[in-house]
Design a protein around this ligand. Structure first.
Ligand SMILES: [Fe+2]
Ligand SMILES: [Fe+2]
Length: 444
């Protein structure tokens, strides 16, 4: 211990000589820093794909990859901070940010997806491999351990995404993104910087990115809301969730699976917050990436279990209201509604449903609901931790409590204005409703 302290002390006396002594470390730390910033931007911008692609399985996969990127970024930061020259801040250099600002630009989410997975992710994998090849495996063993795992993750990401990219005609955009990346000398900025060809236009410089007013659900039927009072029209009947109704547990089980599947709306609107918060600390994006992945798992609970219980998911309309309303509000208001209102407010109803559903002795549903509840408690905790810093990023000085109250009021106004606009894709005869749920559950 004493030795290392005295080394630090002499290092600070003659930093010039000291940097020369540490050159091998600093060179590698510089590469690691580039990869760290690149992963950070990946989290911030790949999230814009989530609500623009329609296929639920693809949304789920993206959420999982983004969560893994967040873990990579955090490990890189921890390792980087052990190395001289990595720097203590978390900011991203302009050159790297510029590439990702460009990457989000295509209006078609699948074209943007191709840019990420055919250019940006392969460049990341290449950089991880380069670092591993260049570094001394014994001296830099801690980095080596991490990078081997990240390389395996990135290889898996590439193969998991393959089937979604099949048939996507994105040649022009892919070469545009390759050109953009080459112009900064690649991810690590160590390759020859190639001049931009005549006529190359940075699309993001002409017009900034904005979230679409409606999220995509591809071929799946949609509607404004799945909660209602009419069992011939709506699938989740509010009064049936009340204790007094004493609804059959098998009906409640189906309804809660529909409810869980609808957490896809949380996936879509939470995904919008990352891009809007370029100066967020990594730990905020890390918790939000976890939150995002959790919601995608909750939605999968419903999406996978409903068919097993006899529901055709093509008859289950997806509710889009919350996305449509929240995307009109600034990021801190979106996050406040999500964590302080919807999530914090869902516990009592869900508690009753969990208790009732236990009557069925269905181990699987009990497990899924227990984990859902556990995750939701964490989400409310994230809300308490991050809402204030998020407000500060937007220059909002109000007390959190006052801000939440004002946001609730604004949400009601915005719900009037922007809600209820999505017509039913299916007729009442075609779509899943409360009465059909009863029938499927075998209840009269
Ligand atoms: Fe959830
Ligand atoms: Fe949640």
């Amino acid at each position: 211990m004493a030795t290392s302290q005295s080394t630090d002390a002499s290092a600070s006396k003659s930093s010039g000589k000291s940097s020369l002594r540490m050159l091998a470390v600093m060179d590698m730390a510089n590469l690691l820093r580039h990869i760290f910033e690149y992963e950070r931007e990946m989290i911030r911008t790949a999230t814009t794909l989530v609500y623009r692609v329609g296929e639920p399985e693809l949304k789920y996969l993206l959420c999982q990859h983004i969560w893994e990127s967040a873990q990579h970024a955090r490990f890189l930061r921890e390792r980087g901070r052990e190395m001289a020259g990595f720097g203590s801040g978390e900011s991203v250099r302009t050159e790297i940010r510029k590439i990702f600002e460009e990457a989000v630009k295509p209006e078609d989410g699948m074209i943007a997806l191709a840019g990420f997975y055919r250019v940006l992710k392969p460049a990341l994998l290449k950089s991880y491999r380069y670092y591993l090849k260049e570094t001394d495996h014994l001296a830099d063993w801690p980095s080596k351990q991490l990078l081997q795992e990240f390389i395996a993750d990135e290889e898996r990401h590439a193969s998991e995404m393959e089937k979604y990219l099949e048939g996507v005609e994105a040649g022009e955009w892919v070469s545009h993104m390759k050109t953009a990346l080459s112009s900064i000398g690649g991810l690590l900025e160590i390759e020859e910087k190639e001049d931009l060809p005549a006529g190359f236009v940075w699309k993001h410089e002409k017009e900034g990115y904005s979230h679409p007013p409606v999220c995509s659900r591809g071929k799946y039927p949609v509607c404004s809301s799945v909660f209602g009072h009419n069992p011939d029209e709506d699938p989740i009947i509010r009064p049936w969730l009340e204790e007094e109704a004493n609804t059959d547990a098998a009906v409640l089980r189906l309804m809660i699976y529909v409810w869980l599947m609808m957490e896809m709306d949380a996936v879509d609107y939470l995904a919008t917050i990352f891009y809007d918060t370029p100066e967020a600390p990594l730990d905020m994006h890390y918790d939000m990436a976890r939150h995002l992945w959790d919601e995608s798992r909750h939605s999968q609970f419903g999406f996978r279990q409903l068919p097993r219980l006899g529901v055709d998911v093509m008859t289950v309309e997806h509710s889009l209201d919350l996305y449509c309303i929240l995307v009109q509000m600034p990021a801190p208001e979106r996050y406040a509604m999500m964590t302080m209102e919807f999530e914090a407010g869902s516990f009592p109803t869900k508690a009753y449903l969990i208790d009732r559903i236990r009557e069925l002795n269905d181990f699987e549903v009990d497990t899924l609901l227990a984990f859902d509840r556990n995750d939701e408690q964490n989400h409310v905790r994230y809300g308490h931790q991050w809402l204030k810093p998020l407000m500060e990023q937007f220059g909002i000085e109000a007390e959190v409590g006052d801000f939440v109250k004002a946001t609730q009021k604004k949400f009601e106004e915005f719900a009037e204005k922007f809600g209820g606009k999505i017509p039913h894709s299916l007729s009442p005869e075609e779509r899943l409703t409360g009465n059909k749920i009863k029938k499927i559950a075998g209840v009269n």
